[in-house]
Design a protein around this ligand. Structure first.
Ligand code: G6P
Length: 608
C-alpha cells in the first residue's frame, strides 16, 4: 500500500526519491509523486500509473533540482487514482508539501472547517486537510505548525512534510503507520520500509506512535507530542542489498520461492540448539503454558492459511483447542477471550490493519499475545507480548511464498516447544519430531528440484477459466493457499474445496476438461480423496494429483501425479505447497501476467 520516502543531504533529492519509490513499488500503488525544495521554493511532479511515467515526466529527476524532498506511491482510498489525487499535496500558498500513508478519519469535519476559512481543496483526498492545517497553524515555526496540525488528526498517518522556508529540513510523523528513519553521513532519510533505505544506509531508527522527527543533512532529532526530546536506539539492518534485488531471477516471486530452503533454515536453526528449542527471548514457563485453555490464531490472506495449516501441529502436540479466525472477522466478533487465551498473530509485514485491530481487541479482553512476524520493528511486533521473527529476509513479490513457509515453520517450532515444556511428549517422540523438523529445508529443496516439470503441467492445468483444488484435513489447508496463489497472480478463478464437500455443490460445475488438482498427501485419508478423483474424472475432469513419494496407487486414478518428498505428516504442508507455488507461477508466466505486482493487490494492506 502507500509508500513514502524522504531525503535531505548535499546532492539532488529527486533521483534518490525516485529510486526509493521504485523499491517501494512492490507494496502496491496506482499513482506516484515527488516534491523537491530549493531556495526558489517547492517543485512538484505527480502522475497516475507507474513510477516509470514519473521518471519520464521529471527526466529521471534531472528537471527538479534541490537537496531536500519527499516522495509517495499512492494506493487510492479517498478519491480515484488521478494525477490530482496523487501525493504530495501542496498548501494554498505553496509553502508546504505533504505525503501521507494511512487514513485521516475526521477529514470531513476538518475539510469543512478549513473550507469555511477559505482554504481551497484541489483533490478529493483525506490527506489534503493536513497540508492546509499546517498552513493555518504556521506562524514562522515549521515544527510547531506540524505538531499543532497533527494534534487535530484522528486515524492513522505516517507523514513527510516539506517547508519552502526551511529548504534543508524535513519533518516526519508517525501514528499507527510505519515510518523508519535512515541515518547517513551528511544525509538523512525516511521511508515506509527499509527496502527503500538499504542502498544508502544500514543504520536506522524506528519511530514509535506519536513521535516526530526533524531531519537535516547534519542529523535527526526525535521528539514527542509535547516537544520533549526522545532518545532512540539505532538498529542495524543486516539484510544485504542483493536480498532486496532479483539476483538474476526473472521475478522476485521465483527468487523468493527458490530461497525457501535457506529462509526456513534461518527460521529453524537458531532456535534448535542440539536437542533443545529456545524461543529467542520469548520462552514460556511450564505454568504459563499450562494456564492456556484455548489458542486463537488470527491473520489475513496467506498468513491466515498458514494458520490453518499449522493448527493441527499445535492441537495434536499441545492437546489444546485451536481456532483459526480471519482477523477481519475476529475484530468484530466479540469473541470469548480471557487471560487463559493465547492469541497467535501471523503477519509477514507486521502492518496489516485488520490484524492489528483484531490483536488490539483481544489484548483488551486479556489474551496473551504471541506475534509471528517477518518485518523487524513493525507495529504487530511491537504490540505483542512476545514476538518470534520468521527471519525470511525481505519479501518483495506481492504474493507471499517464503513468508508463508517460514510462518508455518515457526508454528511447528512453537508446537514442539510447548509440548516439550508441558511434558506432553516422550523423549523418543520429541527427538524424532525434532529430527523431522530439521530436515524441512532439505525436503523443501527436493520439492523445488521438481521445477523443470512444472511449466508443462501449468500449461495443461491452467488452460481453463477455472481450476478446483480438493483435499481433506491438512491437504485441504494447503489447497486453500494453493488456490489463492493461482488466483492472485494468474487471475484464473481457483477454488479450494474440502473434497468431502464436492457432492454438496461443486461437482455440478465439473464438465469435460475441467482441471482439478487433488491433494492426496495425507497418508491416512488419501484414499478418500482418491474416491473423489474417480467421481470428478467420471464427469470429464482432468486431474493432477499430489501424492507422497512412493504412493504409486495414485497413478492409476489421476491423469498426472506430482510426488512430494516425504516428511512427518505434521510438517507436510510446508513441503506440499512448494510445487503448487511453482504451478501458479508458471501459469501466470505463460499468461504474461505482471507476477510480482498483480493488479489491484497490495503487499501490505494497511487500511481496513
Ligand atoms: C496481502 C498480501 C498477502 C498477505 C496478506 C497478509 O493480501 O498480498 O500476501 O498474506 O496481505 O499480510 P501480512 O503482511 O499480514 O502477512
Amino acid at each position: 500500500m502507500c509508500g513514502i520516502v524522504g531525503f535531505t543531504g548535499k546532492q539532488d533529492a529527486a533521483p534518490i526519491l525516485l529510486n526509493g519509490l521504485k523499491k517501494l513499488e512492490y507494496r502496491g500503488y496506482d499513482s506516484a509523486g515527488i516534491a523537491v525544495c530549493n531556495a526558489g521554493g517547492i517543485s512538484l511532479a505527480k502522475v497516475s500509473g507507474r513510477i516509470a511515467r514519473l521518471c519520464e515526466k521529471t527526466d529521471d529527476g534531472k528537471n527538479m533540482p534541490g537537496f531536500t524532498g519527499i516522495g509517495h506511491t499512492r494506493w487510492a482510498t479517498h478519491g480515484a487514482p488521478t494525477d490530482i489525487n496523487a501525493h504530495p499535496h501542496m498548501s494554498c500558498d505553496g509553502r508546504f508539501s505533504v505525503v501521507h500513508n494511512g487514513i485521516i478519519e475526521n477529514y470531513m469535519e476538518l475539510r469543512q472547517e478549513l473550507s469555511s476559512k477559505g482554504y481551497i481543496f484541489a483533490s478529493e483526498t483525506d490527506t489534503e486537510v493536513i497540508v492546509h492545517l499546517i498552513e493555518m497553524y504556521y506562524k514562522g515555526d515549521f515544527r510547531e505548525a506540524v505538531m499543532k496540525a497533527a494534534s487535530r488528526l484522528e486515524g492513522s498517518y505516517a507523514l513527510g512534510v516539506l517547508c519552502a522556508d526551511c529548504p534543508d529540513r524535513l519533518i516526519a510523523v508517525r501514528e499507527a503507520s510505519p515510518l523508519i528513519l535512515g541515518i547517513g553521513i551528511g544525509e538523512n532519510f525516511f521511508a515506509s520500509d527499509v527496502t527503500a533505505l538499504v542502498s544508502h544506509t544500514r543504520n536506522v531508527m524506528y519511530l514509535d506512535d506519536g513521535e516526530f522527527a526533524e531531519l537535516s543533512p547534519k542529523g535527526i532529532s526525535v521528539f514527542d507530542c509535547t516537544g520533549a526530546s526522545v532518545h532512540k536506539k539505532i538498529s542495524h539492518i543486516n539484510w544485504s542489498i542483493e536480498a532486496a534485488e532479483k539476483g538474476g531471477f526473472e521475478h522476485f516471486m521465483l527468487k523468493e520461492i527458490m530461497e525457501q530452503p535457506r529462509a526456513v533454515e534461518s527460521t529453524i536453526s537458531p532456535r534448535l540448539q542440539q536437542n533443545d528449542i529456545h524461543l529467542d527471548d520469548s520462552d514460556f514457563s511450564p505454568e504459563e503454558l499450562k494456564s492456556i485453555q484455548r489458542i486463537i490464531i488470527t491473520a489475513c490472506g496467506s498468513a491466515y492459511y498458514a494458520g490453518c495449516a499449522g493448527k493441527t501441529a499445535i492441537e495434536k502436540l499441545c492437546r489444546l483447542p485451536v481456532d483459526v479466525i480471519l482477523a477481519s472477522e475476529l475484530r468484530y466478533a466479540e469473541p470469548q477471550i480471557d487471560e487463559h487465551t493465547l492469541l497467535i498473530v501471523l503477519s509477514q509485514s507486521g502492518e496489516t490493519a485488520d490484524t492489528i485491530a483484531a490483536m488490539t481487541e483481544c489484548k483488551k479482553l486479556g489474551a496473551k499475545t504471541l506475534a509471528i512476524v517477518n518485518v523487524v520493528g513493525s507495529t504487530i511486533a511491537k504490540l505483542a507480548d512476545r514476538t518470534l521473527y520468521t527471519w525470511a529476509g525481505p519479501e518483495i513479490a506481492v504474493a507471499t511464498t517464503k513468508g508463508y513457509t517460514t510462518q508455518l515453520a515457526v508454528l511447528y517450532i512453537f508446537a514442539l516447544y510447548a509440548a516439550k515444556t508441558m511434558k506432553l511428549l516422550s523423549r523418543e517422540e520429541y527427538l524424532r519430531l525434532l529430527d523431522a523438523l530439521r530436515s524441512l529445508p532439505k525436503k523443501i529443496q527436493q520439492a523445488l528440484d521438481m521445477n523443470p516439470l512444472l511449466p508443462k503441467l501449468a500449461e495443461k492445468y491452467s488452460s481453463n477459466h477455472s481450476v478446483f483444488y480438493i483435499g481433506r484435513n491438512s491437504d485441504y489447508a494447503v489447497a486453500l493457499e494453493a488456490a489463492l496463489k493461482m488466483k492472485e497472480i494468474s487471475y484464473i478463478h481457483a477454488e479450494a474445496y474440502a473434497a468431502g464437500e464436492l457432492k454438496h455443490g461443486t461437482i455440478a460445475l465439473i464438465d469435460e476438461g475441467q482441471p482439478v488438482i487433488a491433494l492426496c498427501c495425507n497418508n491416512k485419508i488419501w484414499e478418500k480423496t482418491a474416491n473423489n478423483i474417480v467421481e470428478v474424472k467420471t464427469r470429464g475432469a482432468q486431474v493432477l494429483a499430489l501424492a507422497s513419494k512412493g504412493n504409486r496407487a495414485v497413478l492409476a486414478q489421476a491423469d498426472d501425479v506430482i510426488f512430494i518428498p516425504q516428511i512427518d505428516p505434521m510438517f507436510q504442508a510446508a513441503v506440499e505447497i512448494i510445487p503448487l507455488q511453482l504451478l501458479a507461477y508458471h501459469a501466470a508466466k505463460a499468461k504474461g501476467c505482471d507476477i510480482d505486482k498483480p493488479k489491484n493487490l497490495a503487499k501490505s494492506v494497511t487500511v481496513e
